[in-house]
Design a protein around this ligand. Structure first.
Ligand SMILES: N[C@@H](CCC(=O)N[C@@H](CS)C(=O)NCC(=O)O)C(=O)O
Length: 202
């Protein structure tokens, strides 16, 4: 199996962490999305990373489908609970964390356009999703050690990936100072080899 990824994609990091936690070896294919011959287009018609190319040549996307596939491949330490209510809770955390990523990525793409072409209202709208999303993550975590059922799960991984992305791209937000409980969670996650080994380059 080969994973098409980039060093900075928070969605690809989520998949890499799940694979590492599940001790599943993946072939890694580093891609540059802006390259005209980027191989992602052969595997994902949406042209987005990550995509997981299976041994029979079929490809899986997006990250939520891939992590479910990987979690199901081995019985070792399920990251998505078997219990239905807990599973839905974990997947809602993931949806919130990924949604914050979507908004942060959209605002970043817009802010990279030439200044006269940028839509300030679009950036403000996306950043308000980021702010509200962070507040919701912090409120829901409270003083708990992990996001769901006091057990490490995909929910913590997804939250860790968005926090890492914001640390990389939006240091000026100062989320660790604003949300000490999220900072505590991120510090605990960064002690794990799976997180350390996939940290985006500074
Ligand atoms: N929902 C997708 C989001 C993937 C995504 O947006 N990836 C970005 C990189 S961080 C991308 O490939 N963007 C290129 C594009 O949108 O054309 C997932 O969870 O995999």
């Amino acid at each position: 199996m080969q994973l098409l990824y980039s060093h900075t994609s928070p969605y690809a990091r989520k998949v890499r962490i799940v694979a590492a936690e599940k001790r599943i070896e993946l072939g890694m294919v580093l891609v540059t999305l802006s390259a005209p011959d980027c191989p992602i287009h052969q595997h994902n018609p949406l042209g987005k990373i990550p995509a997981l190319v299976l041994d029979d040549g079929d490809a899986l996307y997006d990250s939520r489908v891939i992590v479910e596939y990987l979690d199901h491949r081995t019985p070792l330490g399920h990251l998505i609970p078997q219990d239905h209510s807990l599973k839905i809770a974990v997947r809602r955390w993931e949806a919130l964390a990924d949604g914050i990523c979507d908004a942060a990525v959209a605002a970043m793409m817009e802010s990279r356009r030439a200044p006269e072409k940028q839509d300030a209202a679009l950036i403000a709208k996306q950043m308000s999703k980021v702010e509200r999303g962070l507040q919701a993550l912090s409120d829901q975590l409270g003083s708990n050690r992990w996001c769901v059922n006091n057990t490490f799960s995909l929910a913590d991984i997804a939250v860790g990936c968005v926090l890492g992305y914001l640390e990389l791209r939006y240091q000026q937000l100062g989320w660790p100072e604003q949300y000490p409980n999220l900072a505590r969670l991120y510090a605990a996650l960064m002690k794990r080899a799976s997180f350390k080994d996939t940290a985006p380059p500074a």
